[in-house]
Design a protein around this ligand. Sequence first.
Ligand SMILES: Cc1ncc(COP(=O)(O)O)c(C=O)c1O
Length: 443
Amino acid sequence: MTHILHRQIGRQYPVAVGGQGILVQDANGKEYIDASGGAAVSCLGHSHPDVVAAIVAQLSKLEYAHSSFFTTCVAEDLADDLVAHAPNGIDHVLFVSGGSEAIEAALKLARQFFVERGEPQRTHIIARRQSYHGVTLGALAVGGREWQRKPFAPLLIETHHVSPAYEYRERRADESPIEYGERLAQELESTINKIGGRHVIAFVAETIVGATMGAVPPVPGYFKRVREICDRHGILLILDEVMCGIGRTGTLHACEQEGVAPDLMAIAKGLGGGFAPIGALLIGKEIFGQIAGGSGAFQHSHTYMGHPLACAAALAVQQVIRRDDLLTNVRKQGAYLFRRLGERFGNHAFVGDVRGRGLFQGIELVHDRSTKEPFDPALKIHARVKREAMARGLMVYPMSGTADGQRGDHVLIAPPFIVDATAIDGIVDRLGEAVDAATVEIE
Ligand SMILES: Cc1ncc(COP(=O)(O)O)c(C=O)c1O
C-alpha cells in the first residue's frame, strides 16, 4: 500500500531505481528507452557525471542560502550564462523551481510593470486554446485545456483564448500557411480590439505547442505578426518555452527560429535537465528598468528561488550542452527522427500527421486519415499507446484532447540530446509496435 497521492490513484507504477544515458531501469531490472525525456525534461539523459559532480561540489560548499539574505556565486553565474545567450533585449533572470512558477511570475511581473508605469487599467490576458502553461491558478487560467480548467473555473482570473496555430487541422485548403497565419493574427487583433488595446496586459503562447497538441510548430510568419500586433498595442509578449526551449528544437530558444524576441520568457524543464527542479523567468530590459526605477522590488518570491544545488545543476547542464555541441546533434538526430517517423507512420492507417522540430516531435493519431476524424475519447487510445510502449521498454509521452481539447490523441517524442541513430531506430521500431498493438482491434 502506498501513502503517495499518485497521479492515478490505485494504479501500480513500476519503481524507477536507476538511470544511465537514455535508459531508465525499474526495480525488476527492466530497462526503458527514455524517448520522451520524461516530459521533455532529461536533455542530457540520466546520471550525467559532469552534472552529478557539479551538484556534489556545490553541496560540499553550501546547500542553501535564503535569497532575502544572500546571493550566491552559482546563481549569479547561471544568470550571467542565461543572459549571455538570451533572446535580444533580455537582461535579467528570476529563478523559480519549475514551469508553473515561471508562468505565474511572468503574469504577475507583467501586471506590476503596468501598474508601476501608470497603466493600472490593463487587467486582461490573452492566451490560446489547447495550450498548457501549468497547474497553479494563474498558469491554469491562461492554459487553454478546457477539461483541466473547468472544475477550477470559478477560481481563475478571466483569460481570453484565441485559436492556436494548428496547421494540420485548422488551415483551410484554400489558404497558404502564410495566409492562415495572417488569419490567426487578425483574430488576435480583433480580440484585442474587442477588449480595448489599453486594457490588455499580455499575450501568452508556447512557441511550439508541447503536451496538449504534440509538438506543433507555428506557421511561418505567425509570431512576427504577433510581435508586431503586441507592439502596436503596447502589449507584452510572454513566450512559454518551458517544454520547447533550451535546445530541444535545435536552437537554444525556439523563438530564434521565428525571428522574434519576447518581453518575458518562461523556461524550465531542459534548464536543469531533471537533475534538479528549476525554472526561470527571462526578463526584458524595459520591464526590469521600470521596476528598478520604480518600487525597486518585484512583489513575488519563493523560499527556494535560486537554490544553489538547482543552479549548480542547471549551470552544468548548460555548459555540457555547449561543450559537447549537443545542439548540432539535436538538429542532426532530429532530422533523422523525423525521417524515420515519416517512414514508419507516413502511411499508417491511424496516424494523420508527423510534425515537430529538432528532438521535439509528435504523431497525431486519428480514426480516419482522410477526414481526420479523431478516435472516440472513450477508447483512450493515448493511454493504450503508453501502456503498450512501457510494456516494450519505451517511454513516450502520449496525451488526449489534441484536436479540440476533448477529442484527439497524440504521442510526443522528445529523447535526450545525446541520442544516436541506432537508438532512434529502436525508438521508432518500439513505438510502431506499440501503436499497432493499441489500435489492432479498431476497424
Ligand atoms: C509549456 C509548459 N508550460 C508550463 C508547464 C508547467 O511546468 P511544471 O510542470 O514544471 O510546473 C509545462 C509542463 O509540462 C509546459 O509544458
